[in-house]
Design a protein around this ligand. Structure first.
Ligand SMILES: *Cc1c(COP(=O)(O)O)cnc(C)c1O
Length: 399
């Protein structure tokens, strides 16, 4: 064997873990606890709550959640990880850790919808303002940075519409404005799509990665969890201390499901990637379709940047139908699908779809008039999925 470090699939499986003496099993032990008993008053007083050098209370971590934190940090190429009960909680934790009244945050116009809703709701109520920027135009981000900007969200690609932004260019714009806010500007990437596999968030310049472990790391559509990862100790401490104050603990059984999913994440990501490209190319050629949005398809927004920065693509694509097809026909198409079920979330075993009205979701211009449906490809055979799309396209035309 050479001395080169193992590749990610190997590193996730051969990850440091010390089983109980004499019990060298492959899966790690699962610990559940609220109380952690201290041997003495002196131990209780001196146990370090702040730096995770010991166990204090179940809410703040167990051997199981600490292990999962280490593996998620490995997955993403980061150093420090904090687990939270959902992907949305990861987004919210970043906001709460870094923003205070008077600050402003910038959010890509095509960002995950609940990220925008949190800014419009709680953050606005707490005196924190926000603006949306066009992630495909670094100059638009530059124009919107101000002395109040403390946090800039990035997302690659955009939720639903899947435009792939030039992350290094956006980060470079932020770096040139670093000294305006007294505490500097933090960049946080919603890394759910790349999942630590398609690209390395930190090598592309992000300070923080928020990840819905609900999606690929779980892979089972059976658990909700999120993570916040960084390479920078000072940022991690701000995240971790906020996490301690707000009580965002995760359960041992949930951590077990994600630990189990991580063993197969690289295989699943690759399999779903190739099935998604096959199915997306198939529907791209159909007469009802105006556009297929998927960063690996030439002509899709940001395709060239995706090619430069990524080694893979996730299991999502969106179809924009021709404007002469009424929304009722698009709805009929969705209702006619048998294998693609109607529902939210993605990256689980079952293929899913959902219609979206993009015009109401964004402030930047949207070039299409026809209905949009976003698809998530699961682990079924691509040929079966293709046949399902074909029969549903035919059903659009019956009345
Ligand atoms: C699903 C998702 C989230 C939120 O994850 P939950 O675990 O469902 O809260 C955040 N960002 C993106 C891009 C997502 O797809």
């Amino acid at each position: 064997m050479s001395d080169s470090p193992p590749q990610l699939p190997t590193a996730l499986i051969h990850h440091p873990y010390k089983p109980p003496a004499g019990f060298e099993a492959i899966p790690p032990a699962i610990h559940r606890a609220s109380t952690v008993i201290f041997p003495s008053v002196a131990a209780l007083r001196t146990r370090d709550w702040q730096h995770k050098t010991g166990y204090t209370y179940g809410l703040h971590g167990t051997p199981t959640t600490f292990l999962l934190e280490e593996r998620v940090a490995t997955l993403e190429g980061g150093k420090f990880c904090t687990l939270v009960p959902s992907g949305l909680a990861a987004v919210v934790l970043v906001g709460m850790a870094f923003l205070k009244a008077g600050d402003e945050l910038l959010i890509p116009d095509n960002a995950y919808g609940p990220n925008k809703a949190f800014a419009n709701g709680e953050l606005a109520a707490w005196g924190i303002t926000h603006r949306f920027y066009d992630p495909m135009k670094p100059a638009d981000l530059a124009a919107k940075l101000s002395a109040k900007t403390r946090l800039v969200w990035l997302e690659a690609p955009g939720s639903i519409t899947l435009e792939f932004p030039d992350l290094p260019a956006l980060v470079a714009v932020v770096k040139t404005h670093q000294n305006v806010h007294p505490q500097g500007i933090v960049t946080a990437l919603d890394n759910t799509w790349g999942a630590g596999i398609a690209f390395n968030a930190f090598d592309l310049g992000a300070d923080i990665s928020a990840h819905a472990l609900t999606k690929y790391p779980s892979g089972g559509a059976d658990v909700l969890m999120g993570s916040v990862v960084t390479r920078q100790k000072e940022l991690h401490h701000l995240i971790h201390f906020c996490h301690m104050r707000v009580g965002y603990g995760v359960a041992g059984n949930d951590a077990e499901l994600v630990l189990r999913g991580l063993n197969t994440i690289a295989l699943r990501y690759a399999a779903q990637d190739s099935a998604t490209r096959a199915v997306a190319r198939f529907i791209q050629g159909q007469p009802e379709v105006a556009a297929v949005l998927h960063p690996a398809l030439p002509g899709s927004p940001g395709h060239e940047v995706w090619k430069r920065d990524c080694t893979a693509a996730a299991c999502l694509f969106s179809v924009v139908f021709k404007p002469e097809l009424a929304q009722a026909q698009v709805d009929r198409f969705c209702d006619a699908l048998k294998l693609f079920k109607l529902g939210y979330s993605w990256a689980g075993p079952m293929s899913l779809c959902a219609p979206y009205d993009i015009a109401v979701l964004r402030t930047t211009p949207w070039p299409y008039k026809g209905g949009l449906v976003r698809f998530s490809v699961g682990l079924e055979a691509a040929e079966d999925l293709q046949a399902d799309l074909a029969q549903a396209l035919a059903a659009m035309h019956y009345s």
